[in-house]
Design a protein around this ligand. Structure first.
Ligand SMILES: Cc1ncc(COP(=O)(O)O)c(C=O)c1O
Length: 403
């Protein structure tokens, strides 16, 4: 008998998805830097600040107190209570039983798709979208349905576009505000109009609000679950500490969900990762309940850098940029430069443009195609003023050099 596959052959599912392109660009930029190349990176998806001291101290104290054993799979009761208290202060009506803590919001989203989707179910993902939503839907053997939202709607999903994308197989809508990669923030009335469609068609919503502490200007953060009666039954709120408290490496994400969903996520976690790192959870509770001043200070820096980056980008000929109002990304349209010629030939798409800018001008950006938006680039302003100035100057020079 001849075997069809060797024992360690990879399955079709894993072969059908790509590794995260944002992490790949950051890694390539780091590799070039290690080779001695002068690279300015505007590709990072994390705050360029260290975790506030009081949170680090809490982790050290938890270690010293011997908090090193297994804990509740869903997160320590105290941490889940802290999350519930936070959301009750924002108008939800939840307890620790509605909360599950996972290894980052990315992990939370992955598990949610695993427990909510059956093969062939459809997940509506407005584009531009954060890179992992589509891959995670595919890993759940579901079908991502991408709805293009362009600059004319400020990159936002409209109720009409949502309605048009819904089919009998639609199970979930992924909503991300403030958005990675565009930085746009939905207003309460925009969300309310989407909520009406969601309720009418009885679809679930994964409300990824991981950047909700980074909203600039007057727009208030909105909890989708509170917008209309009955929405809490259909909404899972996803959040974490990576962006708000400069804790990307700690891996703390959480969901606030109806109890049956929280139980299912906890079940999958019990058979896969178990609890997240024990002593990290003690520090996470301090991050949520403790002094928010360091987070506010980081936000003030980001806000200033946002305006600096926007001004510099808009000064480049033929570049347009929707004003980002949240997170720490700008998403300019560089489409006018696609089709021009550089040292390696015609720049056929945004991937080639990003490669040109990295290889010949030493600036790392993430091409819009990675987010389902060809022709755009994602730039992170979670960087020093000097890095922003130097990076955008290199982009301008690199674009001007094309003929
Ligand atoms: C929109 C969005 N959601 C979720 C995440 C996941 O964050 P983490 O897994 O670090 O909590 C990120 C990180 O880049 C993000 O940009």
């Amino acid at each position: 008998m001849t075997k069809e596959k060797s024992g360690l052959a990879l399955n079709a599912l894993i072969q059908s998805i790509e590794p995260s392109p944002t992490l790949a660009i950051t890694a390539l930029a780091a590799q070039l830097q290690a080779q001695g190349r002068d690279i300015v990176s505007l590709s990072a998806g994390e705050p360029n600040f260290d975790t506030p001291d009081h949170i680090k101290e809490a982790a050290k104290a938890a270690l010293d107190a011997g908090r090193t054993g297994y804990e509740d799979v869903a997160g320590t009761l105290d941490l889940r209570k802290a999350v519930a208290e936070l959301y009750n202060s924002r108008g939800l009506d939840v307890t620790a039983n509605n909360v599950v803590v996972s290894c980052g919001a990315k992990h939370s989203l992955y598990e949610l798709m695993q427990v909510l989707l059956d093969p062939g179910d459809e997940v509506i993902v407005p584009a531009p979208y954060w890179v992992s939503y589509t891959a995670q839907a595919i890993l759940a053997r579901a079908v991502p349905v991408i709805v293009d939202c362009d600059e004319t709607t400020g990159f936002k999903l409209t109720p009409e576009a949502l309605e048009a994308a819904i089919t009998p197989r639609t199970r979930l809508l992924v909503l991300n505000t403030p958005s990675n990669p565009t930085g746009v923030v939905y207003t309460r009335s925009e969300l309310d109009a989407l909520a009406e469609v969601v309720l009418k068609h009885d679809i679930g919503v994964l409300y990824d609000s991981i950047y909700d502490m980074l909203i600039y200007g007057d727009t208030e953060p909105v909890e989708f679950a509170t917008l209309r009666p009955g929405l809490d039954r259909l909404t899972v709120t996803v959040n974490g500490l990576s962006k708000s408290h400069a804790m990307t490496g700690w891996r703390v994400g959480f969901i606030v969900a109806p109890v049956h969903v929280a139980k299912a996520v906890s079940k999958i976690q019990s058979q896969s990762t178990s609890n997240i790192t024990s002593f990290v959870m003690y520090a996470a509770a301090v991050a949520i309940r403790g002094d928010q001043e360091p987070s506010r200070a980081m936000k003030a820096h980001f806000d200033r850098r946002r305006l600096l980056m926007l001004e510099r980008l808009r000064a480049i000929p033929e570049v347009t940029c929707v004003e980002p109002q949240g997170a720490f990304y700008a998403f300019p349209n560089l489409g006018a430069y696609i089709g021009r010629t550089g040292p390696d030939g015609v720049i056929g798409d945004d991937l080639a443009l990003a490669s040109h800018l990295l290889q010949h001008h030493g600036v790392a950006l993430v091409p819009g195609s990675a987010f389902g938006a060809p022709g755009f680039m994602r730039l992170s302003y979670a960087a020093s003023d000097e890095t922003i100035e130097a990076g955008v100057a290199r982009i301008a020079a690199g674009l001007a050099a094309l003929t």
